[in-house]
Design a protein around this ligand. Structure first.
Ligand SMILES: Cc1cc2nc3c(=O)[nH]c(=O)nc-3n(C[C@H](O)[C@H](O)[C@H](O)COP(=O)(O)OP(=O)(O)OC[C@H]3O[C@@H](n4cnc5c(N)ncnc54)[C@H](O)[C@@H]3O)c2cc1C
Length: 545
């Protein structure tokens, strides 16, 4: 008999589970609260801008070279044009590191030709960082890259990136150049993320740079929903799955030890749905509400989910009369109080923007605001306390302060035809409220992440917060989590179908001998060799002081 699976949530995690299970013969229904699939990855048509409308994004997307799961999925989705969705990934070439004070830097994104060049990528850029601090940073990076996995899990997951780099005792230049830029990476806040997470992600980014077979960094050649998510939905439906949008799950019903049903709200009409198995693929803050105390008692491995934290990271797009490419890749605005990053989309997109909206737009500057608590330059308020109009003003001002330098005025007000703030931000009396916060990797969080197969026998967890090798709230983690949930369903259903592939993270093999040495040292209760050296040096310094 065909088993029925209800997938609750239609983001990347839910769609992955639905994709994998429907192609293995399961009868799958996806219940998605929103009007569109894709969750945080989806594009949003800008209301009132014509037909076809201007494309808005919750935030721009990038796919570093180390991504495996999500790329493999994309390679199996037809794009409707005889190719696959993965064929819509295009490489970036350079990253602009823009400063208000000090020189801009344009870093090559591609694979370095020599080992020396590669090492120079992990070495600080110099300039405002005193040489002793730069040397300390390099030592700590090497310590991360050469620590064994158990030390990373037990010691480095318990210390923040900030403390690991001893940022408090260092210069402003050190903090601004070496510690704080992680903010530009999805979900990594230097004072909250663990050194283990940052270290692993850096190692992956470096591997991505080293491997000449993959592009270091890719983005899509069109709005995310158009070139990926909508074709994905169609493909999953062609495999037999039903995708129901506007269907918000409000309740999971526990009977004995199993889930007996779920309540789904279709815009006011309530329906009780039943299935043999339930894959929970809603965002973490929604999962916390749905996983009642009874459920958490029945599945102790879900108890830690309440300790997982979210933060705000949302996008705003500026639609420009002329394209302003700036750089063929990402732009990091390191002195911006709101931790802005951006990309000029039109240079990568295959679509003619003049055929959208009222035909006036030729460029889209897509910006992500990652710090919503720091006061801005114009209104002196954090983004959270601003109105949407004030957010627009403030972001534009911070961009101009960075880009209208080097004797050039790249941005000016007359360029702006329109702008669009992530609709998940609702205006309130005190500023804005965010309906779609993002999980952030916090120190010690690893132990709180739920497994794909908690103790309730027909409930499975997918989502970027579940325990994965990727360990970074991202599309890659969401895809991996969807696969793990699908595999758990296959196991429990006694299916003989081939399991979904799950990749381990690979790290540069050059560090293997040192990691092996550290494995032995860890077992013997000894510190990492790099740390031992630092301790001796610190003791000598104290002695001489
Ligand atoms: C601004 C921004 C930029 C980002 N950029 C990148 C990037 O460049 N690269 C990268 O890899 N990652 C990026 N990420 C992270 C990535 O988008 C997410 O980690 C990933 O998409 C999460 O997928 P998910 O399926 O786990 O969750 P979600 O995307 O949150 O999907 C959950 C789905 O469940 C639905 N839902 C919610 N409540 C209910 C309910 N009660 N019933 C039914 N359905 C419900 C939601 O509508 C949503 O569709 C970014 C995130 C943000 C916020």
């Amino acid at each position: 008999m065909t088993e029925r699976v209800a997938v609750l949530g239609g983001g990347v995690a839910g769609l992955t589970a639905a994709h994998e299970l429907s192609r293995r013969g399961f009868d799958v229904t996806v219940y998605e609260a929103g009007e569109r699939v894709g969750g945080k990855a989806r594009s949003v048509p800008v209301p009132g801008t014509g037909d076809p409308p201007l494309p808005g994004e919750h935030g721009f997307r990038f796919f570093p070279g180390f991504y495996r799961h999500v790329i493999d999925t994309m390679e199996r989705i037809p794009d409707g044009d005889g190719r696959t969705v993965a064929d819509h990934l295009v490489p970036t070439e350079r990253t602009l590191v823009a400063r208000i004070h000090g020189d801009h830097r344009r870093a090559d994104v591609g694979t370095p030709d020599t080992l020396g060049e590669w090492f120079s990528r992990i070495r600080p850029a110099g300039g405002e960082v005193p040489p002793r601090e730069a040397a300390f940073y390099t030592e700590r990076m090497l310590e991360l890259l050469t620590s064994c996995e158990r030390r990373r899990r037990k010691e480095l997951d318990e210390v923040t990136w900030w403390d690991f780099l001893e940022a408090d005792r260092m210069s402003d230049g050190y903090r601004a150049q070496l510690v704080e830029p992680t903010q530009a990476l999805v979900a990594i806040q230097p004072r909250r993320a663990s050194a283990r997470t940052v270290g692993r992600v850096y190692a992956q980014l470096l591997v991505g740079q080293l491997d000449p077979r993959v592009e270091t960094e890719r983005i899509l050649d069109g709005p995310t929903s158009e070139v990926w998510l909508q074709p994905w939905r169609e493909h999953v439906e062609s495999l037999g799955a039903d995708v129901v949008t506007g269907a918000r799950v409000t309740d999971l019903e526990l009977s004995g030890h199993r889930i007996a049903g779920a309540t789904v709200d279709h815009g006011g009409d309530r329906e009780r749905v039943t299935a043999d198995r339930y894959v929970l693929a809603v965002p973490v803050e929604v999962a916390v509400d749905l996983l009642t105390e009874d459920l958490r008692r029945a599945a102790p491995s879900l108890a830690g989910i309440r300790h997982l934290e979210t933060a705000w990271m949302n996008g705003i797009q500026f639609y420009l009369r002329e394209d302003v490419p700036v750089v063929a890749g990402h732009q990091l605005f390191v002195d911006s109080p709101w931790a802005l990053t951006a990309i000029s989309q039109a240079q990568f997109w295959n679509c003619d923007l003049r055929e959208r909206g009222d035909g006036e737009v030729e460029g889209v500057l897509s910006v992500i605001v990652s710090d919503w608590n720091e006061p801005g330059r114009v209104y002196g308020k954090p983004a959270k306390e601003c109105t949407p109009g004030e957010i627009r003003e403030e972001v534009w001002t911070q961009l101009c302060a960075h880009l209208n330098r080097e004797g050039r005025e790249r941005l000016h007000e007359d360029l702006v035809v329109d702008w669009f703030l992530d609709p998940e931000l609702r205006q309130t009396d005190d500023g804005v409220e965010n309906d779609a916060p993002l999980l952030v990797n916090t120190v010690g969080a690893l132990k709180h992440r739920p497994p794909a197969d908690p103790e309730v026998p027909n409930l499975y967890i997918a989502g970027d917060y579940a325990r994965t090798n990727t360990d970074l709230a991202s599309m890659e983690a969401a895809d991996e989590a969807g696969r793990r949930a699908a595999n758990a369903v296959l196991d429990d259903a006694g299916s003989t179908a081939q399991r979904c592939r799950v990749w381990e993270l690979s790290e540069p093999s050059i560090f293997e001998p040192l990691k092996a040495q550290d494995r032995v040292r860890y077992r013997l209760g000894l510190p990492h060799p790099g740390r031992a050296r630092t301790q001796v040096r610190g003791a000598l310094r104290d002695l001489l002081a």
